[in-house]
Design a protein around this ligand. Structure first.
Ligand code: NAP
Length: 495
């Protein structure tokens, strides 16, 4: 039986584990540093945390949930869904919580990965890091941050023990997290000051609370939910065509945020501040119907001056003004382009994954496999993020590919597969050629690494990604059989 070790119990890791288990590969273990399932849906508990992709699409295709309370579900409901599905597919019990992975070394003589963790050494034939692109909070190195006398925290590390009611609060950043936090804290804080470096394109959120009639319909006539899923999928794919090069397609949807600014913001000064410089889609497109109204409230203000320094009393901007606050909430995103950076991964000949990527930029064949790192399969690896759509759709392609590779290993007796360098190079060249047509090169966002290369996003239609990941093709790989008589190492006992 091929032993698979997955790291990360978010939608990616759990999706991979389910796909393996439901296809008969039952020697699967999931290591998770946290104390519960969920990944970003465990970590992000800020007020208003919800998904801005409709739940009918932001769910596994094989596990529809007729009981979503609304079209855009909240964090707790999404986390509960993931837990329930993991339990139903017999994966929840395979998760070992509170285990931090530090190193993974490939032993070519034995054809196995040795994975060092806070709980001892694990051995696996196939190693699947599923660490996410948005799991490591990023806080900018603004001078003086350590001198601030009040409380400060990152949006993904919400301090529920420090209520904001009656406080003067600075929110720094205007991405997907900030636009959910702002309207949810604004009514209770004394003063909300939003520090905006650049304005995002925002469209109204077509929210819908699902009634009992909806639930009954989705349950008794499941095709109705499938139709809603299909329509959203088509809408997202249509948007993806725009983001990846079609000016016509972009033009047919770009009027929505423009019109929303025109009619959704009464104050002309605020409207001017909220008008983006970058084309729609260069940064992630956002959906919110309560953000602009919250900013128009009497206790809210927007500061567009550059932040120069954090002082003990607050935030000093380039115009010399010190904005005095009690709390700073950093909504400044994640280190999305530092893939697998929390584990020291060494492949054939001790080759270090981070050193390799430092010279090339993060890249992998289909976002999944890297030459000289045999039997390593990345979930949500380089160039697999979606500009529009559900990441779970991409995860399902990756999971199917990994399962197909494990099928191959277990049925042929092959010890390991290593993607051919020419195959990976040709793929990367194709991805970068396609990238030249995308809007992502026209803006500055977490999609781009420090050299400006877009290492996060998939630059073609999402359907194309699913077509390419349908099955593992061994001709793209060097294959090896190794013979040794050393016993298999059992996983450490649960602590
Ligand atoms: P983000 O989109 O990366 O936004 C970070 C914000 O911080 C940006 O507005 C950025 O300004 C600002 N910033 C960074 N450094 C700054 C500095 N030195 N001074 C001032 N401002 C600074 O982060 P996020 O909002 O946490 O979202 C990250 C991703 O998580 C999203 O794009 C999305 O994929 C995911 N997410 C999804 C949902 C959902 O509903 N599905 C919800 C939350 C998050 P610039 O714009 O000028 O760079």
């Amino acid at each position: 039986m091929t032993r698979v070790l997955v790291v990360g119990a978010g939608f990616g890791g759990i999706g991979a584990a389910i796909e393996l288990v439901r296809n008969g590969h039952t020697d699967v273990t999931v290591l998770e540093k946290g104390d519960e399932i969920g990944g970003v849906w465990r970590a992000n508990t800020y007020p208003g945390a919800a998904c801005d992709i409709p739940s009918v699409l932001y769910s596994y295709s094989y596990a529809p949930n007729p009981h979503w309370s609304s079209r855009f579900s909240g964090q707790a409901e999404i986390q509960a869904y993931l837990k329930k599905v993991a339990q139903e597919y017999g994966v929840y019990d395979r998760i070992r919580f509170g285990v931090t992975v530090t190193d993974a070394d490939f032993d070519a003589d034995r054809g196995v990965w040795e994975v060092r963790t806070s709980d001892g050494v694990f051995e696996a034939d196939v190693f699947v890091p599923a660490l996410g692109q948005l799991s490591r909070p990023a806080t900018p190195a603004i001078p003086g941050a350590a001198t601030f006398q009040g409380e400060q925290w990152h949006s993904a590390e919400w301090r529920h023990d420090a209520p904001l009611a009656g406080k003067r609060v600075a929110v720094i950043g205007t991405g997907a997290s900030a636009i959910q936090i702002v309207p949810n804290i604004q009514p209770s804080v004394e003063r909300l000051t939003l520090f905006q470096r650049s304005a995002p394109h925002i469209s109204p959120k077509p929210e819908r609370i699902y009634s009992r009639a909806h639930h009954a319909m989705f349950e008794k006539v499941p095709v109705t939910q499938q139709v809603e899923r299909l329509l959203w999928w088509l809408f997202m794919e249509y948007n993806t065509i725009g983001l990846t090069g079609s000016r016509f397609t972009t033009a047919t949807v770009a009027w929505i945020p423009k019109l929303y600014r025109r009619f959704g913001i009464k104050d002309p000064v605020l409207r001017e501040q909220m008008t983006p410089d970058e084309p729609p889609g260069a940064k992630r497109a956002l959906f919110a119907s309560n953000y602009y109204p919250a900013l128009e409230a009497d206790n809210a203000s927007v500061v567009t001056e550059r932040i120069e320094e954090i002082t003990p009393a607050g935030v000093r901007t380039a115009d010399g003004v010190v904005h005095e606050v009690d709390v700073i909430v950093w909504c400044t995103g994640f280190t999305a382009t530092e893939f697998v950076s929390t584990i020291n991964v060494r492949g054939l000949g001790g080759k270090d994954l981070q050193e390799y990527w430092a010279s090339t930029g993060a890249r992998a064949y289909l976002g999944l496999t890297v030459p000289n790192f045999p039997n390593l399969f990345l979930m949500y690896g380089p160039n697999t993020n979606v500009g529009a759509g559900s990441i779970i759709y991409m995860h399902e392609g990756q999971a199917a590919y990994i399962r197909s590779a494990v099928d191959y290993l277990s049925t042929t007796g092959t010890s390991y597969v290593d993607v051919r360098e020419d195959v990976e190079e040709a793929f990367d060249a194709e991805v970068q050629r396609a990238m030249q047509h995308t809007v992502w090169l026209k803006g500055d966002s977490w999609y781009r690494d420090k050299n400006g290369r877009v290492t996060t996003n998939w630059p073609m239609r999402l359907l194309e990604y699913r077509r390419r990941t349908r099955t593992f093709d061994p001709s793209d790989y060097e294959t090896r059989v190794v013979h040794h008589d050393q016993p298999r190492l059992a996983h450490p006992a649960r602590s």
